[in-house]
Design a protein around this ligand. Structure first.
Ligand code: ARG
Length: 503
């Protein structure tokens, strides 16, 4: 315990001094870059589990197996879980009320220390759970040693992770919603704006730019639903499963679950400590979000190019080139497009991590955290930057309309018009095909042809044809649920607003 004491009182700024300098070097842990004390004294009793060991852990193994470099991010959930556990122990008569009060006060003090940056993380203490418990014992003495009654780090870490992910899902849902609203605002503003709609990236039909924005919003709305659905399965409490089989103490799991806001308790102790399917499920939902953002990104990159010039990305979301003075690069969408790859990579890592693991807990599961945390960080960053950028995107109406006039985007309207005059669709298709061929040879859009020219393809064509050949007429004609008519776009905007308010 003496060594433990020395670790605990050290602040992050102090460097340990002593004989085995090499073993006492500082380990800058992966990710966090927070210095962690690298202790390797020959004292087996420095570990909470040291009793049955006859030699101390190999210095490199200690660093290799530790998770404190990244799981310190779970400190709030770890403390909340411990406070609820201590309260339950007192409620069930396993410890006294006075002991629970001491433990709770001690843990709250530790949270303050951590938030002030006054906590020395120790690699010798492996992970967030043992770091906090050791500090508690140091602060409040013997009573601190009772906290772990009826509990294991196996159910503790599963609980911490679920609490953490639940909070993160809530804040990701808000970030998603903010972006959804930005798209709905844009759709409302640009409901009448004409752009070419594409299939195979070839001009297909004129569509409303607002309609296009609502297509993106619809994808995000499903992403939002998926996150809420995952949350239901995340919010189940493993605590009480202990190491794997439950505990011989008369615990009250429902009581702890209520304190922590869980919807229910896990009904099988082996499953509760071992499966990380909830992390994988979240990661799959996250990959779909990033896949969607990568599609938006691709369009933004294309549309902001000189060749398209459909939109103008604000300067503050772009960067220049160190050699080409004229350049303005769409780095933000490019980067988000690139980041979608790493999130899907994490999904595959997590699936591989879980695959073939026997029941119950295995140390493999410690590897779930870094991919999960990076997924969450990437999602937060990407949603935030899209939410900031989309309301500021400039829309170049004239360019989009001019582009919609290329590629005979109203050809289908002409065919539909002929059907209206009694011609079968297949025949109408053939007639319009010939008109388009003529247009290509003479470099003329259908709407630019004279009535006489059009009548050479079919004698049923009348002067009223020009209404359907105009871009606005074509767009307005698709006036049913899900269609691109501006009236439908406005209806969809108000439906989306109602839905978003209810979320
Ligand atoms: N750091 C471990 C993890 O992240 C905590 C659980 C360790 N349990 C154990 N029996 N070694 O999974």
């Amino acid at each position: 315990m003496q060594v433990l004491h020395a670790v605990a009182v050290m602040t992050v700024k102090q460097r340990p001094s002593g004989k085995r300098k090499a073993d006492r070097d500082w380990l800058y842990c992966r990710k966090s870059r927070i210095p962690v004390n690298f202790m390797t004294d020959d004292n087996t009793s420095d570990k909470p589990w040291g009793g049955r060991f006859t030699e101390s852990t190999d210095a490199f193994v200690e660093a290799f197996t530790a998770s404190i470099g990244f799981d310190q991010r779970l400190y709030r959930q770890d403390i909340a879980g411990s406070i609820a556990h201590a309260r339950m122990l007192a409620h069930s008569g396993i410890i006294s009320d006075a002991e629970a009060t001491d433990i709770v006060t001690g843990l709250e003090g530790i949270q303050d220390d951590i938030e002030r940056g006054d906590f020395a993380w120790s690699v010798a203490l492996e992970d967030i759970h043992m770091n906090i418990e050791a500090r508690l014992i140091e602060r409040i003495g013997e009573t601190g040693k009772k906290l772990h009654t009826g509990r294991s780090r196996n159910d503790q870490v599963a609980t911490d992770l679920r609490l953490y992910l639940r909070d993160e899902i809530d804040s990701l849902c808000s970030a998603l919603q903010r972006l959804q609203l930005a798209l709905v605002d844009l759709a409302e503003r640009e409901a009448d704006t004409i752009m070419p709609g594409f299939t195979h990236l070839q001009v297909a039909m004129p569509i409303s730019f607002g309609h296009h924005m609502l297509a993106w919003e619809a994808m995000l709305a499903r992403d939002h639903e998926r996150l809420l659905d995952v949350r239901r399965r995340v919010n189940v409490m493993p605590l009480g499963a202990a190491a794997l089989a439950g505990t011989s103490f008369p615990i009250d799991r429902e009581y702890t679950a209520r304190l922590l806001g869980f919807d229910s308790v896990a009904t099988n102790s082996l499953d509760a400590v071992s499966d990380r399917d909830f992390v994988i499920e979240f990661s799959a939902a996250a990959s779909l979000i990033m896949m969607h953002l990568s599609r938006f990104s691709e369009e933004l990159v294309l549309w902001s190019s000189a060749q398209f010039s459909f939109i103008e990305l604000p300067d503050r979301f772009c960067t220049g080139s160190s050699i080409m003075p004229q350049k303005k690069n769409p780095d933000v969408p490019e980067l988000v497009r690139g980041k979608s790859g790493r999130v899907t990579g994490h999904l595959v890592s997590l699936l591989m991590l879980m695959k073939s693991q026997p029941l119950a807990y295995n140390k493999d599961n410690q590897e779930d955290k870094e991919p999960l945390f990076d997924t969450i960080d990437t999602l937060h960053g990407s949603l935030r930057v899209f939410g900031d950028m989309m309301p500021a995107v400039g829309v170049c109406h004239a360019r989009m309309e001019a582009a919609a006039l290329q590629g005979f985007s109203t050809a289908t309207d002409l065919a539909d018009y002929l059907v209206g005059k009694g011609i079968a669709f297949r025949d109408a298709h053939e007639v319009v095909g010939r008109a388009v061929r003529y247009g290509i040879d003479n470099d003329k859009d259908l709407s630019a042809m004279s009535l006489q020219e059009l009548q050479t393809f079919s004698n049923v064509i009348d002067a009223d044809v020009f209404t359907v050949l105009r871009l606005a007429g074509s767009m307005a004609a698709r006036d049913h649920v899900g269609g691109t008519a501006p009236a439908q776009v406005r209806r969809a905007v108000s439906a989306a607003r109602t839905r978003l308010q209810a979320d």
